[in-house]
Design a protein. Structure first.
Length: 569
């Protein structure tokens, strides 16, 4: 019997590697459950009003927000590597989805739901492909300036999308600037009871955030709005309400999207997948560091992909890690992924028994929640800080925001990424450099004072980048310019290669051509701090043999001593 039982741990190890959440149940301690229970209920209570609001933002019936919240709560705990992260609908992702599906849905809620599910499935497939290819680092394409610019533009669009509900108006334009112009024209038609209620609810949210920050404002706003609707009979005064709220759990449904829809939605799905992973992995790493464990980037990709995929098949829309709900979980003392399962159980009870009670909820209450969420996403201070740190990065953030507002969310993100890549290429192709000068008693350093030579007849030159095809021409131009500016006849040219961590064939040929030109002009090329990758390339190309081992030095000081000993000064 022992011989037969011996192989069992191996398959178990394989299962736990691909479904790490299963290990939780094997090692779960009863002492953790009270905290997980309280945290899970808290997460669900905070989540319900928000996810309903996100559904209305996309033009979906409100129950689809609950469907999108439920499935990832059941899937992510089994496949994710974070113990605290709560995965579900997110305001930034919801806005991205809305920008993709609203123009295609043409006001049809059923078609909007189908398109949203299709986007979730496409994003899930992309995330799973990324996990299979181990593309965990691809999210770094979204630099901080791009994310700040996107968030600010998205927040402004989000707030603009809710002004019709706040003022009780019907606006036909969806684009940012035309919508503002239309609002200005229809402002006299404002429905006063709706506006007063909306402003009162917004005021309540800001007051709670300032004086009672631990109280979930979305929940309070929903309860206040429901009480006002029932007590004052607001529908009779013309205040719009959510209306029919079907109850029942989501069922499996294959979205009936055609190839044209898929082709149109694919760019949005790529942006959503990238942003989904970026937000979730940053959140997972932050809380893993806080609680003393590690997360696996590719495991997170796979978990988010499966959550998106299954959410799409069960009538939901794309999701990511939720910062607000994760904070609630951690603050309530949640210890493990059981918190997500408790939140799912609480949500199921709400869907089955309490959801119909939301029918009299004024729509302006959901608008107030989204408007406050938009205010929280605006990052003007972060933009100013980035601009102060580096003007080019600040400009990328501003132009990304303008791109989002003028061209749409997806196009704006692409503008930001393109600008970041152009800036990166520019920095690689024209990196900083310096002629080193001597600090008596402290060696030779970059003094930042446009040094013309290191010693009479010697230039020690440092190039601050890998030497590649993209900058080898610039490197040759700079070397020629520096030699031309040298006030004394040049005898030795010392290349400080400590920052040249890579050298390609084009750059090696450039160095070889410089060596030949130097030989004709009786200038000796010397190299200091030649690291292993650099040395290996110049050895394979034959340049090292041309120079000879006597041309390599370990330090600038050593080279200067050799120069002086050779009687060159």
């Amino acid at each position: 019997m022992n011989d037969e039982a011996a192989p069992e741990p191996k398959p178990r190890a394989g299962i736990f590697r691909f479904v790490p959440g299963l290990g939780l149940f094997r090692n779960y301690q009863r002492a953790w459950f009270p905290a997980d229970l309280i945290a899970g209920i808290s997460v669900s209570v905070v989540m319900i009003p928000s996810v309903i609001a996100y559904a209305t933002l996309m033009g979906l019936p409100p129950q689809y927000g609950l469907y999108a919240a439920l499935t990832p709560l059941l899937v992510y705990p089994l496949f994710g590597s974070s113990r605290q992260v709560i995965v579900g609908p997110d305001i930034a992702i919801a806005l991205l989805i809305a920008s993709a599906i609203i123009p295609l849905a043409a006001g049809d809620p059923a078609r909007a739901a189908m398109l949203a599910a299709t986007v979730a499935i496409l994003a899930g497939v992309l995330l799973l492909l990324g996990a299979a290819a181990r593309f965990g680092a691809v999210a770094d394409l979204l630099s901080k300036p791009v994310l700040v610019g996107y968030m600010t533009g998205a927040a402004l669009i989000l707030m603009c999308s809710q002004v019709d509900k706040l003022f009780g108006l019907h606006l036909s334009h969806n684009d940012f600037f035309p919508r503002l112009i239309e609002l200005a024209g229809k402002f006299p038609q404002t429905h006063l009871p709706t506006l007063l209620l909306g402003l009162g609810l917004l005021g309540a949210i800001f007051a709670l955030k300032k004086f009672a920050p631990k109280v979930p404002p979305a929940l309070v706003v929903v309860l206040l709005a429901l009480a006002a609707s029932l007590g004052l009979n607001l529908p009779a005064l013309g205040v719009g309400v959510v209306g029919r709220f079907p109850h029942g759990l989501p069922s499996f449904a294959w979205p009936a999207a055609d190839w044209k829809d898929i082709h149109t939605l694919l760019p949005a799905a790529i942006g959503i997948a990238l942003l989904t992973y970026t937000e979730a992995i940053l959140l997972a790493r932050a809380f893993a560091a806080k609680n003393g464990y590690e997360v696996n980037s590719n495991q997170e990709l796979a978990a988010l992909g499966l959550a998106d995929l299954l959410t799409g098949f069960f009538q939901g829309f794309a999701i990511t890690g939720s910062q607000s709900r994760t904070v609630v979980n951690d603050s309530a003392g949640g210890q493990t992924q059981v918190t997500s399962l408790v939140a799912a159980a609480t949500l199921i009870l709400f869907i089955l028994f309490l959801a119909p009670g939301m029918e009299k909820l004024p729509s302006v209450a959901l608008a107030a929640i989204l408007l406050y969420g938009g205010c929280a996403l605006v990052e003007f201070k972060a933009m100013a800080r980035i601009y102060k740190y580096k003007r080019q990065s600040g400009l990328v953030a501003v132009l990304t925001t303008v791109g989002v507002l003028a061209a749409g969310v997806i196009a704006g993100i692409m503008i930001g990424v393109t600008l970041s890549l152009i800036g990166l290429i520019n920095r690689i192709s024209r990196p900083p450099d310096a002629v080193l000068g001597e600090i008596p008693g402290h060696g030779f350093h970059d003094l930042g004072n446009h040094q013309l030579e290191t010693l009479p007849g010697l230039i020690a030159y440092r190039f601050y980048a890998p030497l590649l095809f993209s900058n080898s021409g610039y490197f040759a131009e700079r070397v020629q310019h520096i030699i031309t500016q040298c006030p004394h006849p040049l005898r030795w040219f010392l290349l400080d290669a400590q920052a040249i961590t890579d050298l390609d064939v084009t750059a090696a040929d450039t160095l070889s051509a410089l060596q030949k030109e130097f030989a004709l002009r009786r200038i000796a090329l010397k190299i200091v701090h030649a690291n292993r990758p650099f040395r290996e390339v110049i050895e394979r190309t034959g340049l090292l043999a041309e120079l000879g081992p006597q041309s390599l030095f370990d330090s600038v000081h050593e080279c200067v001593q050799a120069f002086q000993a050779a009687g060159q000064t």
